[in-house]
Design a protein around this ligand. Structure first.
Ligand code: FPP
Length: 234
């Protein structure tokens, strides 16, 4: 059996999420500006997304820009937004080959009108694809929970169930992540998928995001399969 077939045979991963950390340090090590680290970060993102497809993983979530990232120098913020804009243009042109349902997690209002419209149009136009890509962009887990609560209150809710809250999150309809991978060596969750991560397996690696690729992802999947998930049972 090939490695790909063997990995698919085991309990299927329904949702994988990535904290793509380490672009800045990757650039610094090479004497490059941080912005270039993010450019190589996009290349890594494309490789990893493709590899998730090869491994049959139907939902991928990435943390591209957090609610806290606005504190970065304006030049860097602008470069991340520009990279996203370029990615979206390419997505729009080649939607058939991307074959992904695109969903943004986060409040779109701080982005300019053109960008917002582009994001919303792509969400609408890709709605029929089965595989899902959730992109956290101006995303924060706490902000997401507050946003969900306010939406439920606005609908008249006085009390809510876990299911109702889950259904009001940006990831509504997606299974919770089985595995969350953080690159870049830090051992924290940084306000990512706080609600959805309740039973996720966490995998941390020192590899910097631009160096993360198929081999590193397979190593994480291997480790995932060695873990026993008990969901609070025995
Ligand atoms: C964390 O590395 C990375 C980010 C804050 C941005 C990630 C963005 C991308 C990979 C581009 C997103 C675009 C698309 C199209 C998905 P860091 O800058 O915090 O690195 P450091 O910890 O080494 O400073």
């Amino acid at each position: 059996m090939t490695k790909a077939a063997e990995i698919k045979e085991r309990k299927p991963i329904r949702h994988i999420a990535f904290i793509m950390d380490g672009n800045g340090r990757w650039a610094k090590k090479r004497g490059l500006p941080r912005e270039q680290g993010h450019q190589f970060g996009v290349k890594a993102f494309r490789r990893v997304l493709e590899h998730c497809r090869e491994r049959g993983i139907p939902v991928v979530t990435v943390y591209a820009f957090s609610t806290e990232n606005w504190k970065r120098p304006e030049k860097e913020v602008r470069s991340i937004i520009r990279l996203m804009d370029r990615y979206l243009s390419d997505f729009e042109k080649n939607m058939e080959s991307y074959a992904l349902r695109l969903r943004f997690m986060g409040d779109k209002t701080p982005f300019d009108e053109k960008m917002r419209q582009k994001m919303e149009k792509l969400e609408k136009d890709s709605v029929h694809y089965k595989r899902i890509l959730n992109i956290g962009f101006n995303y924060g887990g706490r902000d997401e929970i507050v946003h969900a609560c306010n939406a439920l209150i606005a609908q008249g809710a006085v009390q809510v169930t876990e299911q109702e809250l889950s259904d009001a999150l940006y990831t509504a309809g997606c299974p919770d992540p089985d595995l969350i991978i953080r690159t870049g060596g830090d051992l924290r969750i940084s306000n990512f998928l706080l609600w959805q991560a309740a039973y996720a397996e966490l995998y941390f690696t020192d590899v910097l995001w631009p160096d993360f690729g198929p081999a590193e992802l397979d190593a994480a999947l291997e480790e995932f399969y060695t873990r026993q998930r008990r969901y609070g049972g025995v």
